[in-house]
Design a protein around this ligand. Sequence first.
Ligand SMILES: NC(=O)c1ccc[n+]([C@@H]2O[C@H](COP(=O)([O-])OP(=O)(O)OC[C@H]3O[C@@H](n4cnc5c(N)ncnc54)[C@H](OP(=O)(O)O)[C@@H]3O)[C@@H](O)[C@H]2O)c1
Length: 278
Amino acid sequence: MSDLNGPFSGGPTLNDGATMPWLGLGVWQTKDGEEVIHAVKTAVETGYRSIDTAAGYNNEEGVGQAIRECGVPREELFITTKVRNPDQGYESTLKAFEISRKKLGLDVIDLYLIHWPVAGKYRDTWKALIHLQKEGLVRSIGVSNFQVHHLQDIIDDTGVVPAVNQIEFHPLLTQREVLKFAKAHDIQVEAWSPLMQGNLDIPLLKEIAERYGKTVAQIVLRWDLQQGVITIPKSVHAERIVENAGFFDFTLSDDDVKAIEGLNQNHRFGPDPDNFNF
Ligand SMILES: NC(=O)c1ccc[n+]([C@@H]2O[C@H](COP(=O)([O-])OP(=O)(O)OC[C@H]3O[C@@H](n4cnc5c(N)ncnc54)[C@H](OP(=O)(O)O)[C@@H]3O)[C@@H](O)[C@H]2O)c1
Protein backbone atom coordinates (compact mmCIF):
# COMPACT_ATOMS: atom_id res chain seq x y z
CA MET A 1 0.00 0.00 0.00
CA SER A 2 1.62 3.24 -1.07
CA ASP A 3 1.24 6.70 0.41
CA LEU A 4 -1.22 5.69 3.12
CA ASN A 5 -1.24 9.12 4.71
CA GLY A 6 -1.05 11.21 1.55
CA PRO A 7 -4.21 13.27 1.46
CA PHE A 8 -5.85 13.35 -1.97
CA SER A 9 -2.81 12.79 -4.14
CA GLY A 10 -1.36 9.34 -4.35
CA GLY A 11 -3.22 6.17 -3.63
CA PRO A 12 -2.99 2.52 -4.46
CA THR A 13 -1.46 1.33 -7.71
CA LEU A 14 -3.98 -0.79 -9.59
CA ASN A 15 -3.08 -4.09 -11.27
CA ASP A 16 -2.81 -2.26 -14.62
CA GLY A 17 -0.26 0.26 -13.28
CA ALA A 18 -2.66 3.22 -12.87
CA THR A 19 -2.90 5.08 -9.57
CA MET A 20 -6.30 5.76 -8.02
CA PRO A 21 -6.97 8.17 -5.12
CA TRP A 22 -7.96 6.69 -1.74
CA LEU A 23 -10.85 9.15 -1.48
CA GLY A 24 -13.50 10.08 -4.00
CA LEU A 25 -16.82 11.90 -3.97
CA GLY A 26 -19.86 9.68 -4.59
CA VAL A 27 -22.70 11.36 -6.48
CA TRP A 28 -25.53 8.81 -6.36
CA GLN A 29 -28.82 10.57 -5.53
CA THR A 30 -27.23 13.92 -6.33
CA LYS A 31 -29.38 15.86 -8.78
CA ASP A 32 -28.00 16.75 -12.19
CA GLY A 33 -27.44 20.46 -12.73
CA GLU A 34 -26.71 22.84 -9.89
CA GLU A 35 -26.62 20.27 -7.07
CA VAL A 36 -24.06 17.95 -8.61
CA ILE A 37 -22.02 20.82 -10.08
CA HIS A 38 -21.81 22.43 -6.65
CA ALA A 39 -20.91 19.15 -4.91
CA VAL A 40 -18.16 18.29 -7.40
CA LYS A 41 -16.67 21.80 -7.41
CA THR A 42 -16.72 21.91 -3.59
CA ALA A 43 -15.01 18.53 -3.43
CA VAL A 44 -12.32 19.56 -5.92
CA GLU A 45 -11.71 22.81 -4.00
CA THR A 46 -11.38 20.73 -0.82
CA GLY A 47 -8.76 18.58 -2.53
CA TYR A 48 -10.72 15.54 -3.76
CA ARG A 49 -9.42 14.36 -7.12
CA SER A 50 -11.75 11.41 -7.74
CA ILE A 51 -15.46 11.45 -8.62
CA ASP A 52 -17.70 8.37 -8.75
CA THR A 53 -20.72 8.63 -11.04
CA ALA A 54 -22.68 6.16 -13.20
CA ALA A 55 -24.93 6.31 -16.25
CA GLY A 56 -27.70 5.23 -13.88
CA TYR A 57 -27.26 8.29 -11.65
CA ASN A 58 -28.44 10.56 -14.48
CA ASN A 59 -25.93 13.27 -13.60
CA GLU A 60 -22.98 12.66 -15.91
CA GLU A 61 -23.62 15.96 -17.73
CA GLY A 62 -23.40 17.97 -14.52
CA VAL A 63 -20.29 16.07 -13.45
CA GLY A 64 -18.77 16.86 -16.85
CA GLN A 65 -19.61 20.55 -16.55
CA ALA A 66 -18.09 20.73 -13.05
CA ILE A 67 -14.91 19.01 -14.30
CA ARG A 68 -14.56 21.58 -17.08
CA GLU A 69 -15.21 24.54 -14.79
CA CYS A 70 -13.37 23.47 -11.62
CA GLY A 71 -10.01 24.92 -12.59
CA VAL A 72 -8.02 21.74 -11.99
CA PRO A 73 -6.45 20.18 -15.10
CA ARG A 74 -8.30 17.14 -16.41
CA GLU A 75 -5.23 14.92 -16.04
CA GLU A 76 -5.19 15.53 -12.27
CA LEU A 77 -8.72 14.16 -11.89
CA PHE A 78 -9.86 10.53 -11.73
CA ILE A 79 -13.35 9.97 -13.15
CA THR A 80 -15.32 6.75 -12.73
CA THR A 81 -18.57 5.90 -14.47
CA LYS A 82 -20.51 2.65 -14.90
CA VAL A 83 -22.56 0.81 -17.49
CA ARG A 84 -26.16 0.45 -16.33
CA ASN A 85 -27.90 -2.92 -16.26
CA PRO A 86 -30.28 -2.48 -19.25
CA ASP A 87 -27.28 -1.58 -21.43
CA GLN A 88 -25.29 -4.70 -20.65
CA GLY A 89 -24.10 -7.02 -23.44
CA TYR A 90 -21.21 -6.47 -25.87
CA GLU A 91 -22.52 -4.08 -28.55
CA SER A 92 -24.93 -2.27 -26.22
CA THR A 93 -22.14 -1.58 -23.72
CA LEU A 94 -19.98 -0.04 -26.46
CA LYS A 95 -22.91 2.22 -27.40
CA ALA A 96 -23.67 3.10 -23.78
CA PHE A 97 -20.02 3.95 -23.22
CA GLU A 98 -20.07 6.47 -26.07
CA ILE A 99 -23.13 8.14 -24.54
CA SER A 100 -21.46 8.39 -21.11
CA ARG A 101 -18.27 9.73 -22.67
CA LYS A 102 -20.23 12.42 -24.53
CA LYS A 103 -22.26 13.41 -21.50
CA LEU A 104 -19.12 13.71 -19.39
CA GLY A 105 -17.37 15.54 -22.26
CA LEU A 106 -14.23 13.45 -21.81
CA ASP A 107 -11.92 11.77 -24.32
CA VAL A 108 -10.84 9.07 -21.89
CA ILE A 109 -12.57 7.70 -18.79
CA ASP A 110 -10.24 6.76 -15.93
CA LEU A 111 -12.31 3.83 -14.65
CA TYR A 112 -15.29 2.13 -16.29
CA LEU A 113 -17.23 -0.40 -14.19
CA ILE A 114 -19.90 -3.02 -14.76
CA HIS A 115 -22.50 -1.68 -12.33
CA TRP A 116 -24.08 -5.04 -11.37
CA PRO A 117 -23.42 -8.67 -12.37
CA VAL A 118 -26.49 -9.13 -14.59
CA ALA A 119 -26.87 -12.88 -15.13
CA GLY A 120 -26.33 -14.00 -18.71
CA LYS A 121 -24.92 -10.60 -19.67
CA TYR A 122 -21.93 -9.66 -17.52
CA ARG A 123 -19.45 -11.88 -19.38
CA ASP A 124 -20.13 -10.08 -22.69
CA THR A 125 -20.14 -6.73 -20.91
CA TRP A 126 -16.70 -7.55 -19.51
CA LYS A 127 -15.42 -8.35 -23.03
CA ALA A 128 -16.67 -4.94 -24.19
CA LEU A 129 -14.76 -3.24 -21.35
CA ILE A 130 -11.60 -5.16 -22.34
CA HIS A 131 -12.09 -3.87 -25.89
CA LEU A 132 -12.55 -0.26 -24.72
CA GLN A 133 -9.35 -0.47 -22.70
CA LYS A 134 -7.44 -1.88 -25.70
CA GLU A 135 -8.74 1.05 -27.78
CA GLY A 136 -7.35 3.47 -25.19
CA LEU A 137 -10.76 4.94 -24.37
CA VAL A 138 -10.67 3.73 -20.75
CA ARG A 139 -7.56 3.62 -18.55
CA SER A 140 -8.77 1.03 -16.04
CA ILE A 141 -11.63 -1.43 -16.13
CA GLY A 142 -13.42 -3.02 -13.25
CA VAL A 143 -16.63 -4.32 -11.80
CA SER A 144 -19.08 -3.50 -9.04
CA ASN A 145 -21.15 -5.72 -6.79
CA PHE A 146 -19.28 -8.83 -7.90
CA GLN A 147 -19.18 -11.75 -5.50
CA VAL A 148 -16.26 -14.20 -5.56
CA HIS A 149 -18.02 -16.52 -8.03
CA HIS A 150 -18.73 -13.64 -10.46
CA LEU A 151 -15.08 -12.55 -10.28
CA GLN A 152 -13.84 -16.10 -10.83
CA ASP A 153 -16.21 -16.47 -13.77
CA ILE A 154 -14.94 -13.47 -15.77
CA ILE A 155 -11.32 -14.27 -14.93
CA ASP A 156 -11.76 -17.86 -16.16
CA ASP A 157 -13.62 -16.63 -19.25
CA THR A 158 -11.15 -13.94 -20.38
CA GLY A 159 -7.98 -14.19 -18.31
CA VAL A 160 -8.38 -10.48 -17.55
CA VAL A 161 -8.55 -9.59 -13.85
CA PRO A 162 -10.61 -6.49 -13.01
CA ALA A 163 -8.57 -3.63 -11.57
CA VAL A 164 -11.32 -2.67 -9.09
CA ASN A 165 -14.36 -4.22 -7.44
CA GLN A 166 -16.67 -1.55 -5.98
CA ILE A 167 -18.87 -3.17 -3.33
CA GLU A 168 -21.13 -2.21 -0.47
CA PHE A 169 -18.69 -2.11 2.44
CA HIS A 170 -18.99 -0.64 5.94
CA PRO A 171 -18.82 -1.74 9.59
CA LEU A 172 -22.12 -3.65 9.32
CA LEU A 173 -21.00 -5.46 6.14
CA THR A 174 -17.30 -6.27 6.26
CA GLN A 175 -17.18 -8.57 3.21
CA ARG A 176 -14.26 -10.76 4.38
CA GLU A 177 -14.68 -13.33 1.59
CA VAL A 178 -14.59 -10.78 -1.24
CA LEU A 179 -11.69 -8.93 0.41
CA LYS A 180 -9.65 -12.11 0.73
CA PHE A 181 -10.21 -13.06 -2.92
CA ALA A 182 -9.43 -9.51 -4.04
CA LYS A 183 -6.16 -9.47 -2.14
CA ALA A 184 -5.12 -12.83 -3.59
CA HIS A 185 -5.84 -11.62 -7.15
CA ASP A 186 -4.61 -8.01 -6.87
CA ILE A 187 -8.08 -6.50 -7.26
CA GLN A 188 -8.52 -3.14 -5.52
CA VAL A 189 -11.64 -3.03 -3.34
CA GLU A 190 -13.64 0.21 -3.24
CA ALA A 191 -16.38 0.86 -0.65
CA TRP A 192 -19.81 2.10 -1.65
CA SER A 193 -22.18 3.37 1.03
CA PRO A 194 -19.12 3.65 3.30
CA LEU A 195 -21.16 5.83 5.69
CA MET A 196 -24.04 3.33 5.81
CA GLN A 197 -26.12 5.90 3.94
CA GLY A 198 -25.94 8.22 6.94
CA ASN A 199 -26.86 5.59 9.59
CA LEU A 200 -23.96 6.53 11.82
CA ASP A 201 -25.69 6.37 15.18
CA ILE A 202 -23.77 3.36 16.54
CA PRO A 203 -22.58 3.56 20.19
CA LEU A 204 -19.18 1.88 19.67
CA LEU A 205 -18.36 4.20 16.75
CA LYS A 206 -19.44 7.22 18.80
CA GLU A 207 -17.23 6.13 21.69
CA ILE A 208 -14.21 5.64 19.40
CA ALA A 209 -14.87 8.98 17.66
CA GLU A 210 -14.91 10.78 21.00
CA ARG A 211 -11.62 9.17 22.03
CA TYR A 212 -9.85 10.31 18.84
CA GLY A 213 -11.53 13.72 18.74
CA LYS A 214 -12.99 12.87 15.32
CA THR A 215 -16.48 12.39 13.91
CA VAL A 216 -18.03 8.97 13.35
CA ALA A 217 -17.81 9.51 9.58
CA GLN A 218 -14.06 10.18 9.85
CA ILE A 219 -13.55 7.06 11.99
CA VAL A 220 -15.35 4.85 9.48
CA LEU A 221 -13.50 6.33 6.50
CA ARG A 222 -10.16 5.92 8.30
CA TRP A 223 -11.11 2.29 8.99
CA ASP A 224 -11.54 1.81 5.22
CA LEU A 225 -8.13 3.30 4.52
CA GLN A 226 -6.34 1.12 7.09
CA GLN A 227 -7.74 -1.96 5.36
CA GLY A 228 -6.53 -0.74 1.97
CA VAL A 229 -10.06 -0.02 0.77
CA ILE A 230 -10.80 3.03 -1.40
CA THR A 231 -13.76 5.03 -0.17
CA ILE A 232 -16.29 7.31 -1.90
CA PRO A 233 -18.60 9.02 0.65
CA LYS A 234 -21.46 11.03 -0.81
CA SER A 235 -22.60 14.42 0.41
CA VAL A 236 -24.15 17.48 -1.16
CA HIS A 237 -23.22 19.66 1.84
CA ALA A 238 -19.95 21.60 1.79
CA GLU A 239 -19.24 21.13 5.50
CA ARG A 240 -19.68 17.35 5.23
CA ILE A 241 -17.63 17.15 2.03
CA VAL A 242 -14.82 18.82 4.02
CA GLU A 243 -15.45 16.63 7.11
CA ASN A 244 -15.34 13.45 5.01
CA ALA A 245 -11.85 14.33 3.79
CA GLY A 246 -10.54 14.66 7.34
CA PHE A 247 -9.22 11.17 7.98
CA PHE A 248 -5.63 11.30 6.78
CA ASP A 249 -4.14 12.81 9.95
CA PHE A 250 -4.66 10.10 12.56
CA THR A 251 -4.30 6.33 12.93
CA LEU A 252 -6.72 3.89 14.53
CA SER A 253 -5.11 1.34 16.84
CA ASP A 254 -5.22 -2.30 15.72
CA ASP A 255 -7.62 -2.98 18.60
CA ASP A 256 -10.02 -0.30 17.38
CA VAL A 257 -9.82 -1.57 13.79
CA LYS A 258 -10.73 -5.05 15.07
CA ALA A 259 -13.48 -3.73 17.34
CA ILE A 260 -15.12 -1.96 14.37
CA GLU A 261 -14.86 -5.17 12.32
CA GLY A 262 -16.74 -6.86 15.19
CA LEU A 263 -19.81 -4.77 14.35
CA ASN A 264 -20.37 -6.84 11.22
CA GLN A 265 -23.89 -8.22 10.81
CA ASN A 266 -23.71 -8.95 7.06
CA HIS A 267 -26.31 -6.22 6.85
CA ARG A 268 -26.95 -4.70 3.42
CA PHE A 269 -28.53 -1.30 2.88
CA GLY A 270 -28.53 -2.02 -0.86
CA PRO A 271 -29.55 -5.04 -2.97
CA ASP A 272 -27.97 -8.49 -2.75
CA PRO A 273 -25.72 -9.08 -5.80
CA ASP A 274 -26.95 -12.70 -5.95
CA ASN A 275 -30.61 -11.74 -5.86
CA PHE A 276 -31.63 -8.56 -7.63
CA ASN A 277 -34.06 -7.94 -10.46
CA PHE A 278 -33.21 -4.63 -12.08
N1 LIG B 1 -21.81 0.53 -7.30
C1 LIG B 1 -22.98 0.60 -6.71
O1 LIG B 1 -23.87 -0.21 -6.90
C2 LIG B 1 -23.23 1.73 -5.75
C3 LIG B 1 -24.36 1.70 -4.93
C4 LIG B 1 -24.54 2.76 -4.03
C5 LIG B 1 -23.61 3.78 -3.99
N2 LIG B 1 -22.53 3.79 -4.83
C6 LIG B 1 -21.55 4.90 -4.82
O2 LIG B 1 -21.08 5.09 -3.49
C7 LIG B 1 -21.31 6.43 -3.09
C8 LIG B 1 -21.54 6.52 -1.60
O3 LIG B 1 -22.60 5.71 -1.19
P1 LIG B 1 -24.05 6.28 -0.75
O4 LIG B 1 -24.28 7.55 -1.44
O5 LIG B 1 -25.02 5.18 -0.94
O6 LIG B 1 -23.95 6.48 0.82
P2 LIG B 1 -22.92 7.03 1.91
O7 LIG B 1 -21.79 7.77 1.29
O8 LIG B 1 -22.64 5.89 2.81
O9 LIG B 1 -23.85 8.03 2.72
C9 LIG B 1 -24.41 9.17 2.14
C10 LIG B 1 -25.48 9.71 3.08
O10 LIG B 1 -24.86 10.11 4.30
C11 LIG B 1 -25.02 11.51 4.49
N3 LIG B 1 -23.71 12.02 4.95
C12 LIG B 1 -22.62 12.30 4.22
N4 LIG B 1 -21.60 12.70 4.98
C13 LIG B 1 -22.05 12.69 6.24
C14 LIG B 1 -21.45 13.00 7.47
N5 LIG B 1 -20.19 13.41 7.56
N6 LIG B 1 -22.21 12.87 8.61
C15 LIG B 1 -23.50 12.46 8.54
N7 LIG B 1 -24.11 12.14 7.38
C16 LIG B 1 -23.40 12.24 6.24
C17 LIG B 1 -25.42 12.08 3.15
O11 LIG B 1 -26.29 13.18 3.28
P3 LIG B 1 -26.06 14.63 2.54
O12 LIG B 1 -25.77 14.36 1.10
O13 LIG B 1 -27.39 15.28 2.78
O14 LIG B 1 -24.92 15.27 3.27
C18 LIG B 1 -26.18 10.91 2.53
O15 LIG B 1 -27.51 10.88 3.02
C19 LIG B 1 -22.53 6.82 -3.95
O16 LIG B 1 -22.77 8.20 -3.96
C20 LIG B 1 -22.15 6.23 -5.26
O17 LIG B 1 -21.20 7.03 -5.91
C21 LIG B 1 -22.34 2.77 -5.69
